[in-house]
Design a protein around this ligand. Structure first.
Ligand code: B4P
Length: 201
C-alpha cells in the first residue's frame, strides 16, 4: 500500500465533475493536504483581501484568473511544510502554461507527480449538478449562463491537458457519474493500483 510514502496527485475534470467533493476524500485516504485554487480564491474574496478584489469579477464571470497570478499562489503554497509528504492539487493546473509552471516548481525540488486523476462526466450531468448546487450554496459563478461559459473554458483551455498527461503516462481516468461513494470507491481502486505499481509495492 501507499502508507508512509510521498504521494503527489492532481485531480482534473470539468467544472461540476466532483473534483472538490472527491478531493477531500482522496486527501484523507492518503494523508495529504488538498490544495484547491478555487477555494483559495473564494477565501480571499470572502475576506476582502487585495487578491480577492483582484479576482472576484473574473471568477464571477466564469473566466480563468491570469496564469501569472495563479502560478505564484500555487508556487508559494507548495513551499509550505505540510506538503513535504505530498499533496493533491484540485483545479490546478488549468492551462498549458500552468502545467509548465508546476513542472518548474516540482523540478526545482526534485519532486514529481505520481498520478493525474481525470474525473469524467458529460456536460449535461455537470451542468445539472451545478444548477442544484446553485440552489443550495448560491455561489456567484453558478448561474446557468456562467456555468455554460465555464464548461466552454474547460473544453478550450483545460481539456487539452488530458492528452499531455496521458503522453506522460501518469493519467488515471475514472467515471465520475453515480453516487459520491461509488465514485470514491472507483477512484481509490484506480489510484491504489497506480500508486502501488509506481511505488513498487
Ligand atoms: P473551482 O473551485 O475549481 O470550481 P469547479 O471547477 O466548479 O469545481 P468544484 O470543485 O467547485 O466543483 P465539483 O466538481 O467538486 O474553480 C472556480 C473558479 O476559480 C474557476 O471558474 C476560475 O475562475 C477560478 N480558478 C480556479 N482554479 C484556477 C486556475 N488554476 N487557473 C485560473 N483560474 C482558476 O462539484 C460540483 C457539484 O457537484 C457539487 O455541488 C457537488 O456536491 C456535486 N457532486 C459532486 N459529486 C457528485 C456526484 N457523484 N453526484 C452528484 N453530485 C455530485
Amino acid at each position: 500500500m501507499t502508507d508512509n510514502r510521498q504521494v503527489r496527485l492532481l485531480i482534473i475534470g470539468a467544472p461540476g465533475a466532483g473534483k472538490g467533493t472527491q478531493a477531500a476524500r482522496i486527501a484523507e485516504r492518503y494523508g495529504i493536504p488538498a490544495v484547491s485554487t478555487g477555494d483559495i480564491f473564494r477565501a480571499n474574496i470572502k475576506a476582502g483581501t487585495p487578491l480577492g478584489q483582484q479576482v472576484s469579477a473574473i471568477i464571477e464571470s466564469g473566466g480563468l484568473v491570469p496564469d501569472e497570478l495563479t502560478n505564484e499562489i500555487v508556487a508559494d503554497r507548495l513551499k509550505r511544510d505540510d506538503v513535504t509528504n505530498g499533496f493533491l492539487l484540485d483545479g490546478y493546473p488549468r492551462t498549458v502554461a500552468q502545467v509548465h509552471a508546476l513542472d518548474a516548481v516540482l523540478e526545482a525540488d526534485a519532486r514529481r507527480l505520481d498520478a493525474v486523476l481525470l474525473l469524467e462526466a458529460d456536460t449535461d450531468s455537470v451542468v445539472s449538478r451545478l444548477l442544484k448546487r446553485a440552489e443550495i450554496e448560491g455561489r456567484a459563478d453558478d448561474t446557468e449562463e456562467v456555468i455554460r461559459h465555464r464548461q466552454e473554458v474547460y473544453l478550450e483551455q483545460t481539456a487539452p491537458l488530458v492528452e499531455l498527461f496521458s503522453q506522460r503516462g501518469i493519467l488515471v481516468a475514472v467515471d465520475g457519474l453515480g453516487a459520491v461513494d461509488e465514485v470514491s470507491a472507483r477512484i481509490f481502486g484506480a489510484l491504489d493500483a497506480r500508486l502501488d505499481a509506481r511505488l513498487g509495492a
